[in-house]
Design a binder for this molecule. Structure first.
Ligand SMILES: [Zn+2]
Length: 199
């Protein structure tokens, strides 16, 4: 769930997008997967119909063990995105890797999502570092991997310096995530690398 103010409205990138409803400084955890959000085990996922599986391909996030999270939001992809994803102690979250101004469309890099069923689409994000194709489960250049790595580390280094709505939530996953983030002073040990396609 988003834990910053957002607006959903028509996007210049594609369809509807997610826009910042307030100033969101770099290092803010903007989204986390709450304890009551649907979690589908790998076994259950494999037993679903093709139509149901397609929903997960479109909106799902797969963890390293092949379990699925249903992340239904309209956030668009950019190869130069303002937020990036990570797992901290197995809990999914998104972190702002740039300062995001009120009214600005927020974007994420779909390429960072692991997928055992790779898919791709032509990209029109128009950023100078556009990879021309985006999707999940695709091999990416070492340069892109290094960029994700350094952007996440830079943002993670500011986690304790910016206001985190996450830290005051009662949700069990929020509390576990808070404890993990507060205890890990060195962002190098965040295990997000396993979640990406970095091999
Ligand atoms: Zn692009």
């Amino acid at each position: 769930m988003y834990i910053v103010n957002i607006l959903k409205k028509e996007s210049k990138i594609e369809g509807y997008g997610v826009f910042a409803g307030e100033f969101i400084p770099k290092g803010t955890i903007v989204y986390f997967y709450g304890e009551n959000e649907p979690f589908i085990s790998k076994e259950r996922f494999l037993s679903l119909s093709d139509d149901e599986k397609n929903l997960f391909y479109q909106y799902g996030v797969e963890d390293e063990a092949g379990n699925r999270l249903m992340k239904v939001d309209n956030i668009n992809h950019s190869c130069d995105s303002s937020i990036l994803s990570l797992f901290v102690d197995g809990i999914y979250c998104d972190i702002a890797v740039k300062d995001i101004n009120p009214g600005e469309e927020m974007t994420i890099d779909y390429g960072l999502f692991f997928s055992s069923f790779p898919w791709s689409k032509e990209c029109r994000c128009n950023s100078p570092i556009c990879r021309k194709i985006f999707g999940s489960g695709l091999a990416v250049e070492r340069e892109t991997q290094n960029m994700w790595h350094s952007r996440i580390l830079e943002a993670a280094a500011r986690i304790l310096d910016v206001k985190q709505n996450l830290f005051s939530l009662e949700d069990a996953n929020a509390r576990a995530l808070t404890a993990a983030l507060e205890s890990k002073q060195n962002p190098e040990i965040f295990p997000y690398v396993k979640f990406s396609l970095i091999s």
